[in-house]
Design a binder for this molecule. Sequence first.
Ligand SMILES: Cc1cc2nc3c(=O)[nH]c(=O)nc-3n(C[C@H](O)[C@H](O)[C@H](O)COP(=O)(O)OP(=O)(O)OC[C@H]3O[C@@H](n4cnc5c(N)ncnc54)[C@H](O)[C@@H]3O)c2cc1C
Length: 808
Amino acid sequence: MKSHAKVVVIGGGVVGCSVLFHLARHGWTDVVLLERDELTSGSTWHAAGGMHTINGDPNVAKLQKYTISLYKEIEELSGQATGVHLTGGVLLAATEARLDWLRGVVSKGRYLGIDLEVISAKEAAELMPLLDPKQFVGAVRNKEDGHLDPSGVTHAYAKAARKLGAEVERFTKVEDIVRRPDGLWRVITNKGEVVAEHVVNAGGLWAREVGRMVGLELPVLAMEHMYLITEDMPEVADWNKKTGTEIIHAVDFDGELYLRQERGGMLMGTYEKANKPWSEFQTPWDFGHELLEPDIDRIAPSLEVGFRHFPAFQKTGIKQIINGPFTFAPDGNPLVGPVRGLPGFWVACGVMAGFSQGGGVGLALSNWMIEGDPGADIWAMDVARYGDWATMAYTNAKVRENYSRRFSIRFPNEELPAGRPLKTTPVYDTLSARGAQWGVAYGLEVPLWYAPEGVKDEFSWRRSSDFDHVAREVAAVRDGVGLSEISSFAKYKVTGEGAAAWLDRVLACKLPKPGRMTLAPMLKEDGKLIGDFTLANIGGGEWFIAGSGIAEQYHMRWFEAHLPRDGSVQIETLGQKLTGLAIAGPKAREVLAKVTRADVSNTAFPFMAVARMDIGMAPCLVGRVSYTGDLGYEIWVAPEYQRAAYQALTAAGEEFDIGLLGSRALNALRLEKNYGSWAREYRPIYGPVEAGLDRFVAYGKEADFIGKEAALAERKNGGKLRLRAFIVDATDADVIGDEAIWHDGIVRGWVTSGGYAHNSKKSVAMGYVPKEIADRPDGFEIEILGKRHAARVQTAPLFDANFERMRA
Ligand SMILES: Cc1cc2nc3c(=O)[nH]c(=O)nc-3n(C[C@H](O)[C@H](O)[C@H](O)COP(=O)(O)OP(=O)(O)OC[C@H]3O[C@@H](n4cnc5c(N)ncnc54)[C@H](O)[C@@H]3O)c2cc1C
């Protein structure tokens, strides 16, 4: 075994081998994979080998498509058969709600280049002869589904990597990992030590234990998973003979089942409700090529449905039940990327669909390690989407919920209950008493809307029970004044003698003067967005940044990686050490004036001003800015004072009928102003010109900000896309996000978010289209639940286009 390597990859499952292959293919060949046993000795060897392109997140779906397209290449490179059978498949719907969901999937597929087609249940039965069409209302056909040989694929990756110069050391167990003072990593094994610049944790079932070696508690948990294999079935033999083809894959969402042909019989797997975690606290090191005891009672309810939906199963015997463990992150997506605070330590774990996702994970991670950027939008898999709040108990609750709902519909207005409430702010009970319906962001409870007694969300793809109530919250703001809880923003404090110079380099905006704020895009080297913030210059060398709450860890990782080494800048994430309230609407200033002695007139405290002031008895930091696009104020306050500030504001607002509003009303309000938000409109694949944030980029400033050169190039060539707001002729359902945008009968773009703008009484969608067509007055259509609706580009905001209200 070599004593030094550029990269050590820990784990020889499908994921580790894919990472190794991609690093070598990308030109890093001084890389070694350490496997404690034979390759495939974790979850990989007993996988059912299914692969598919569908994923809830379109960017992950793209990487799944890439994974499937890769198998031919690694087979040719390695000479190792992967056993790929691209049979195609059907995704089955037993209810209308499920069919609506599938229509949304088809819409996404159109711009992802995934060939999907809605078909009737009868047509599905013609393709997959074992299903009873009376049990289903429709289906979607996917030509890119299939299955493969898990061991063949893993060895093909490893052999191809070796051919490119990478090394694989089997029976080499990593026992400890220590960071040296010079930043290199000592990877200590039962066979000696390797010193490496980079370490990748692809430990699969043991990813948690490998993480603990560097003091990291990863939010992953293994679950037991069962599938059965039947005896040979005459129906299968008949079909094979008649058509000369295998029986295609089927996913029966409502039965929570997946099926495929396995030799002369069938394989049926299920994500059962009564699921069971495996080795909740510590994965045993002596676990390897063994299976877990099957428990047929646990899967009996699913099998009952399966036998009804696929009657041929009733007449056949079960040859074998496989029960094996594999790991999940709380939301079921992988955990990939560099770990904040551990330079050179990377993770590629929590991969629950290694044969659909392993290739994409390897590609993204190797790009990231070599180029400094994953090369794709992998937010949905980024390890930074979790923070310390994702504790072991939280992970346990969420993984179990996610497993039990693997094939369940999640409606756009549906909030999942497990692991909640976790983080709450001091006004939580007060707002609950006022009818707050809660959602969650980065572990924190956030009010979505306020329901009268006895009313709650009815889960639906269409406008629902909250519609009129959200309209009332919106009206409170536009007609008078509304109050919202805004603690879910991420907040950072920046100080130190080098603070201004550093901010000038990491942020693309012009720095504001003391007492002023500005919108602050943050760019990567390639000139694409990596953040959008509000930056406030508090004065006295102190800076305050507010940004997307869900991206706190993601942004801290970036900030810390770019801090000067001389200690001249300190950045602190304030988390819930600072909570927030906001007031907005034409009466907002009158409310504020009643509770503070500060002069908040437009002259003394104009738009984008910031100052410390007391609100009632509570010391606060107040910025004159509002995501509602109205006259408004964001108020930052230490948690111990939040209730006092809330009480002062609500009491002062009584005479103006101050109303409470939640994030759904806020969405309706910001849509009228064409305001985007992080992880929806603003993501690391768009440039500032494309996203319409170029007006906040100080191209001419002296500071050589990160991404400047690329941003200037984008400004010159105009980029490829444009973010636009559309008015959609929708009737009873609005866009959710990820729908296809058509132009002149061709899919040309995708929706990033939208909804109903209650004040203007318009259905609004925001999304990206090629710049060449972005300003065409007509020809656009947006697909909602399988139906195309005429749409028009809305160039000027629907509300306060001249900023008269906001700046008055
Ligand atoms: C019953 C079942 C059916 C499944 N069906 C499918 C399916 O149809 N399609 C699909 O895509 N996925 C399926 N999966 C999931 C799939 O198996 C996993 O997504 C995949 O195997 C994860 O691979 P991995 O490389 O991340 O982890 P693992 O396969 O667990 O590999 C981790 C490797 O790391 C090694 N290792 C750990 N710690 C150390 C250490 N300290 N030193 C050295 N080596 C170490 C282990 O020995 C192991 O070989 C199924 C899983 C199960 C259990």
